[in-house]
Write a protein that binds this ligand. Structure first.
Ligand code: PLP
Length: 378
């Protein structure tokens, strides 16, 4: 097997000490050993979510926790707001529709962040709005929404604020409690440096009031069962034991670094990446509100964007992501989320330069690497 690099916005690379936890012999979950793990990860998740509320662990990809949010908060016929600033915002609308919840969609031009005032206006116009569904980092466009400002607007209304922080949690700041986020959902394969397979959901006291009233059909993702089990340091069904043991390790790493340092590292990686793209003469897809977890870059004229991504991956084993949906072939997405450091960025930019050069794009070889290095020297 040849050496390879993963620079995608999920899955992200996994630290070896985390992988090693997963490789250990399985233990039974109804044991004091596993209960100790549950206690440890419960504390660690509260730290990373920046909440005093319990965070529940589900055995699913991130979308499972999104579905859990919808079915536990709402009833058929309810009306909510969904923010669609990209592919993942659209997912909120789709899940709501699947459960006969009416979504008033706020459509945002791809590459832009939602204007919190628009949310404020919509809630004022319709006091029946029960929830606002948003996205921390819209991975499809590389934009971060201003959750703090949205929280200010939703707080004090009858609606709960639900944030898809699948991409971004544990990488960029999200103060669940301080910013009045009622429900925060995340997944394991992004900032938390784990393989896919776990999702997470935190619920505020305001959200729990809705959970008791909601009439959407639910069974596996019924948060009432999860709550009852966690009170006994248990889970309602067999948990993803090995992944949760690995989670204890990744949370420990994050705690040792300290969240502020984790955020600062992501900021630096993002800054270096953006400077590199600029000095390569490439244009960012989302110059305002650019996220620190993934950088979306416009494919320059005359270059086949899909071929660029394929060649980097298949010839040089450096995997970045292409564009999704309407951005297919038009952008590439260079991620710097999770277990990523300076020299991973240098490798990624170097490979990008090599393939761009081979494809006939005109620029000074090394310009991107130099720009990134200059950021790292600061
Ligand atoms: C990756 C991602 C998801 C999807 O999660 P799955 O784990 O694939 O279900 C949802 N929202 C955002 C913002 C993401 O980046």
């Amino acid at each position: 097997m040849r050496k390879s690099y993963l620079l995608t916005p999920g899955p992200t690379p996994i630290p070896p000490q985390v992988s090693q936890e997963e490789a250990k012999p399985i233990i039974h979950h109804l044991t004091p050993q596993f209960q100790a793990v549950i206690k440890e990860v419960s504390e660690g998740l509260k730290y990373v979510f920046q909440t005093a509320s319990d965070v529940y662990i589900l055995a699913s990809s991130g979308t499972g926790a999104m579905e859990a949010a919808v079915v536990n908060l709402l009833s058929p016929g309810d009306t909510v707001i969904t923010v669609e600033a990209g592919k993942f915002g659209e997912r909120w609308t789709e899940i709501c529709q699947a459960y006969c919840v009416t979504a008033e969609v706020i459509k945002v031009e791809w590459g832009k962040a939602v204007d919190p005032k628009e949310i404020e206006k919509r809630i004022k116009n319709n006091p029946k709005i029960k929830a606002v569904f948003t996205t921390l980092c819209e991975t499809s466009t590389g934009v971060t929404n201003d959750i703090q400002a949205i929280g200010t607007v939703v707080k004090g209304t009858g609606a709960v604020l639900v944030v898809d922080a699948i991409s971004g949690l544990g990488a960029i700041d999200l103060k669940t409690d301080a910013w009045s986020v009622d429900v925060c959902v995340s997944g394991s394969q992004k900032g938390l440096m784990l393989p896919p397979g776990l999702s997470f959901i935190s619920l505020s006291p305001k959200a729990w009031e809705l959970v008791e009233l909601a009439r959407s059909p639910r069974y596996y993702f019924d948060m009432r069962a999860a709550k009852k089990a966690l009170e006994k340091t248990d889970t309602p069904y067999t948990p993803a034991i090995s992944l949760i043991i690995a989670l204890a390790e990744s949370l420990k790493m994050m705690k040792q670094d300290g969240l502020e340092n984790v955020f600062a590292r992501h900021r630096k990686m993002a800054d270096a990446t953006r400077c590199a793209m600029k000095d390569l003469g490439l244009e960012l897809f989302a110059p305002t509100a650019a996220s620190d977890v993934v950088t979306a870059v416009k494919v320059p004229a005359g270059i086949d964007g899909e071929k660029l991504v394929k060649t980097m991956r298949d010839t040089y084993r450096v995997t970045i992501a292409g564009g999704q949906a309407e951005l297919k072939g038009k952008v590439f997405r260079f991620a710097h989320m999770g277990y990523i450091e300076e020299f991973d960025i240098i490798v990624g930019i170097s490979c990008l330069e090599k393939v761009l050069k081979q494809m006939g794009y005109k620029f000074e070889l090394g310009a991107g690497v130099k720009a990134a290095e200059e950021v790292f020297f600061k």
